[in-house]
Design a protein around this ligand. Structure first.
Ligand SMILES: [Zn+2]
Length: 466
């Protein structure tokens, strides 16, 4: 192979290397021949400089289905949909080329008078623009060069190569953090394992609160959808804030004295790892499906709540695949079993996603309204108002089906139907400027404002125990 002086000439995946995931162009015929590559210099994405130092890195096989090895640039479009005719045009477009839907999650969920965000491969962008133009569909290009946007997401000024609350951490780093934060705060945090993923990763849960008997609890999870990186970042931030402000800030002190938070930092660990090593835009789990090479199930379509009846797909190749049965995924089972076993204490269920700046409550699997609809509406209204006080970030709120789109098999609906009266899905920043590629510099403001909403809900729950 000889000496490689510039990693930018080659495609190497560095899943657990000190420089984080990194992939550039390398001829496929070379990739198959070597397992390791010694770099004499490499680009440090975070420090944005070339480091002259020997580094031996594993070469991963490239999977042609995947998309981190952009030869040129993918684009993300936003199309303004007015009527049914526009919807059929988008169906036509989607039937002839690969489209990665960012919002809504699939072509079947497009509604009149809405906007649709989707990514298309670089080689398709011209024909897509032609199609949209010829058919009079109003559109804008949200991201004209996804590749440079992906590089720009690592813009945190924090220099550490280890864990940082202001950076996106890979799973290895988050896993080590769960152990460390529990060890360092034994009076506030305990860590347990609630199951394993399809690929055998341990699903950790942090119980955050002062020890006590018969305490009520709030369950919060992050990282259902692999590419929504701001979500796990928030769960980590929340735990840090709990530890940092307990005993100093009256509200957090009261919360942790009176109740426990169960925080699940990453549900879809396999998918999350995959977004770091192979395909940044991956959404589903990494479980195999019988009779097809298509991989993964959408965990937020896999719960036993109107399962696969609407806004979900029976096709394992779809991004919204509901799985072979409700709770077919080990990750779903782990969450559902834990909640079922702790139903008497869990008073609220919070699940953190991105993007679109919304606070949603049941139902999503049907247009029916929950019994305490008025209460949930008032609570959501208050929470998003509180959130906006910090940076003016505007959230919309309401029942899932009518506010975003119908989608069956979601965890919030399931938790609600288990009897958890306060059940919310948060869709964090932004509204599409960066979408899933939210820069690290937005982690702090996003998490700080979200904390306000979570604390608002927590106060309310404490005052309305049942
Ligand atoms: Zn999501």
């Amino acid at each position: 192979m000889g000496h490689i002086q510039d990693v930018s000439e080659f495609a190497v995946s560095l899943p657990n290397s000190p420089i984080g995931p990194h992939r550039t162009d390398l001829a496929p015929e070379v990739l198959g021949e070597i397992d390791f590559l010694t770099l004499h210099s490499y680009q440090d994405n975070n420090a944005r400089k070339t480091i002259n130092q020997d580094l031996t890195v594993p070469i991963c096989n490239q999977n042609t289905e995947n998309t981190l090895d952009y030869k040129s640039s993918d684009k993300v479009f936003r199309v303004h949909v007015e009527d049914e005719n526009h919807i059929s045009l988008l169906h036509e477009l989607a039937s002839t080329r690969q489209m990665d839907f960012w919002k809504p999650d699939s072509v079947t969920q497009i509604k009149p008078h809405s906007t649709v965000d989707f990514r298309v491969k670089a080689e398709d962008t011209v024909s897509v623009e032609d199609f949209l133009g010829q058919n009079g569909l109003r559109y804008e290009v949200l991201i004209s060069n996804l590749r440079s946007m992906l590089e720009a997401q690592f813009d945190s000024r924090v220099r550490t190569t280890g864990h940082s609350y202001e950076k996106y951490n890979n799973w290895e780093t988050i896993e080590a953090w769960t152990e460390q934060v529990a060890t360092e705060n034994p009076d506030l945090i305990s860590r347990s394992a609630i199951g394993t993923t399809f690929l055998g990763n341990t699903i950790y849960l942090l119980k955050v609160g002062k020890p006590g008997s018969n305490k009520p609890a709030i369950f919060m999870d992050c990282g259902f959808h692999a590419r929504e990186w701001i979500s796990p970042a928030f769960c980590q931030w929340f735990v840090r804030e709990a530890v940092r402000t307990y005993g100093r800030e009256i509200h957090m002190t009261e919360f942790l004295d009176k109740l426990d938070f169960y925080v699940l930092p990453v549900v879809n660990i396999d998918g999350y790892i995959y977004t770091w090593t192979t395909n940044r835009m991956w959404r589903k789990t990494r479980s195999t499906n019988a009779g097809t090479t298509c991989t993964g199930t959408d965990l937020n379509r896999n719960f036993d709540a109107g399962w696969c009846s609407i806004g979900a797909s029976n096709s394992p190749c779809a991004e919204t695949y509901c799985g072979s049965a409700a709770e077919s995924e080990k990750e779903t089972k782990a969450v559902a079993n834990f909640i079922r076993n702790h139903l008497s204490s869990i008073k609220a269920y919070l699940t953190i996603h991105s993007y679109s700046q919304m606070m949603l409550y049941p139902y999503s699997y049907a247009y029916k309204l929950p019994k305490n609809n008025v209460e949930l509406n008032t609570l959501a209204k208050g929470a998003v108002k509180e959130l906006a006080t910090l940076h003016g970030t505007a959230y919309t709120y309401g029942p899932g089906a009518s506010t975003i789109y119908p989608a069956a098999g979601g965890s919030d609906d399931w938790a609600y139907d288990q009897g958890i009266k306060y059940s919310f899905t948060f869709e964090l920043r932004d509204k599409g400027r960066y979408g899933f590629v939210l820069p690290e510099s937005q982690i702090q403001p996003t998490c700080e404002e979200t904390m306000l909403a979570i604390k608002y809900v927590t106060s309310y729950v404490l005052e309305h125990l049942y």
